[in-house]
Design a protein around this ligand. Structure first.
Ligand code: PBG
Length: 332
């Protein structure tokens, strides 16, 4: 090295961080409203907006208000929302028949939103937990979660949602073989254009706590979901699940939860190059909101930073309860 060069750094990275315009010019990843899928909680009744205690700022909405929320979201440029029903304990059974009732809460809500003819895709969740008296995503016999019997039930559930007009189906149950079974059934029923966003790499996580409260499943759940959701210690297995779900007919894949699993998002995107989504789940939302409400972090900045992290990790989009708040902020 020439002695005169040693006196100063060869590269000054701070040069490009000096002003806001230079920082904007060199920014590699951006967050836009197009990256957002908004999960909303729905319930029966009319003109009801009921706060979810463990998720400050999130409400359960009756269908009429869910339609208004969809209108608002479409106006903000959010491309999709995802429906999660809060079901009354009285409709929950061990056979979960309500899951494929054409007139259940979710199916009525899909039809109501589609009738409003908005430029927004309606996504649903496919799993039996909102309708199961024991809170599990699958049918249970003698304490065992039954795989193949559950897949048959999920297919019925999927067809009822597709018949109601759902644009994207989101199987979140983690049974084996459900994507292929649902895809085949959709094709046979003439629903060739209904998309599947598979919750392919869904971990058995402690971060789902507030969600189970929001849908009224926390009291019902007996045991845990570790025999079907993934072990948080695994990474290669996620790639095998994604490969399998793509082969079986998934159009898009998801990693869930989000922030503790950004390494998985990156591996999935690099390995397959397919539309990849992450779910910033209820517990992640509650952590950020809770800390912000206590004045411990700047909630708005933490929200944007957490979502930008998903883009940096290779995600094409994020399911997040922050969707309307961040879309409003991005609008300025
Ligand atoms: C149901 C389902 C869950 C979530 C989405 N779909 C809960 C679970 O698996 O227990 C969690 C979402 C969140 O925590 O925000 N299968």
């Amino acid at each position: 090295m020439h002695p005169s060069q040693a006196a100063f750094p060869a590269t000054r990275f701070r040069r490009m961080r000096r002003t806001e315009s230079l920082r904007r010019l060199t920014q590699e990843n951006v967050l836009t409203a197009n990256d957002l899928i908004w999960p909303i909680f729905i319930r029966d009744g009319e003109n009801i907006r009921e706060p979810v205690v463990s998720m400050p700022g999130v409400d359960r909405l009756s269908i009429d208000l869910a339609v208004q929320a969809a209108e608002e979201a479409a106006g903000l440029g959010i491309p999709a929302l995802c429906l999660f029903p809060y079901t009354d304990p009285s409709v929950k059974t061990e056979a979960c028949e309500e899951a494929w009732n054409p007139d259940n809460l979710t199916n009525r809500c899909i039809r109501a939103i589609k009738a409003a003819v908005l430029d927004i895709a309606v996504m649903t969740d496919i799993a039996l937990d909102p309708y199961n008296s024991n809170g599990h995503d699958g049918l249970v016999r003698d304490g065992i979660i039954l795989n193949d019997e559950t897949v048959e039930a999920l297919v019925r559930m999927a067809l009822a949602q597709a018949d109601s007009g759902a644009d994207i189906l989101g199987p979140s149950d983690m049974m084996d073989g459900r994507i292929g079974a649902i895809r085949t059934a959709l094709e046979r029923a003439g629903h060739k254009d209904v998309a599947i966003l598979s919750y392919s790499a869904k971990y058995a996580s402690a971060f789902y706590g507030p969600f189970r409260d929001a849908v009224g499943a926390s009291g019902a759940l007996k045991g845990d979901k570790k025999t079907y959701q993934m072990n948080p210690g695994n990474s290669d297995e996620a790639l095998r699940l994604i490969e399998r779900d793509l082969r079986e007919g998934a159009d898009m894949v998801m990693v869930k939860p989000g922030m503790p699993y950004l390494d998985i998002c990156r591996r999935v995107k690099d390995s397959f190059g397919v539309p990849t989504y992450a779910y910033q789940v209820s517990g992640e939302y509650a952590m950020i909101r809770g800390a912000a409400l206590n004045g411990w972090i700047d909630g708005e900045k933490a929200m944007v930073e957490s979502l930008l992290g998903f883009k940096r990790a290779g995600c094409d989009g994020i399911l997040t309860y922050f969707a309307p708040a961040v879309a409003r902020l991005l609008r300025g």
